[in-house]
Design a protein around this ligand. Sequence first.
Ligand code: GLC
Length: 421
Amino acid sequence: MSRLIASLTLAAGLLTSASVSAVEISISCSALGKEYEICKQGVDAWASKTGNTVKIVSTPNSATERLALYQQLLAAGAGDVDVFQIDVVWTGILADHLQDLTSKGQGVVGEHLPAMVETSRVNGKLMAMPWFADAGLLYYRKDLLDKYKRPVPQTWSDLTETARMIQEGERKEGKGDFWGYVWQGRAYEGLTTVALEWIASYNGGTIVDEKGEVTVENPKAVEALKTAAGWVGAITPEGVLNYTEEEARGVFQAGNAAFMRNWPYAWALAQGADSSIKDKVGIAPLPKGGADGRHAGTLGGQLLAVSKYSKNADAATDLVMYLTGQEEQKRRAVQGSFNPTIVSLYGDADIAKANPFIGDLADVFANAVARPATVTGQNYNKVSTEFFNAVHQVLSKRAEPAQALNRLDRDLKRIKRSGWQ
Ligand code: GLC
């Protein structure tokens, strides 16, 4: 009898292991700074825990190029990528190609930042899981503010003045390629986030308001764009017109700029052992557009979604739940300064120690300005593309701010004519 039970047990065991045979999952990860390496460590940990294997598909650094690549893959119904790292503004655009994660995620998604959960839902369905949160920040050189006896700038005119002063001083001391302020000025999604910050900081709205009205043609927005255009060639290199996040970080981290606009990920790299500016950097809210303005950082961040065409959707979903879980979010925050989306991690001492700015700038993250992605739905990328192209024309002095915003208003209203969704 006991031999019978033993052989039945063995057979059942064989059956189970055969039915959960290991699979290969492929995931697209961004590769900004050390993002690829940190993603790889996370997926490797899941692979050894589950016995599955994971292949990483690397993607272009520019968010706009990455979206185009995803759209191409998904339009073909290709199952080559199971898990996509998607931007907070793409959920509506890609939703038709994604698995509904509502039943898998509903038990845990309540632990995440509400603003990030909102970016993960489309028509009430959870189409992705929040992975990390971004907000635009002002990086400054503490040592240079001390040297020139200047405070951290509170308004854009303070920043302009201080940046000019430091730039002149450093150049006189022989640093011919030193600049005041670097940021992302290429015609891509990053410029939308940056220019939205300028406009919102002058109380000029968010391009399209929450009701879906186009609001971008207004005097505050004109003033904001005029200010920014004035920096190019003065305190900002002309080359900024082709900068994404990494080009701006390259200049700042080499010690060649006083200020930089970037996301949290740049902190861990600036503080890296091989960084020439280690311990010389501070982070502050981006300046206000004048005394009546506000400190405005655009809400960014990334989510993980499962392709509807995945042949291993269960394992892919399990990987998503692991990567967006507590342990992994903590590891990514400590090693890569990726802001967690799980609220309780904001009280974690190791995270706070590695990233003092996360606690100091709680307001910046709490009041981050959202792009009009939810309200414009499937049309968001068109709206953003019209916006960043108009701004790029102003920055490259091919159009005056008022003229560019007038044309943009007309173009956005044309896109809206048939309704946003
Ligand atoms: C970051 C943000 C994302 C934003 C992009 C722009 O990746 O997380 O939300 O769209 O930068 O370059």
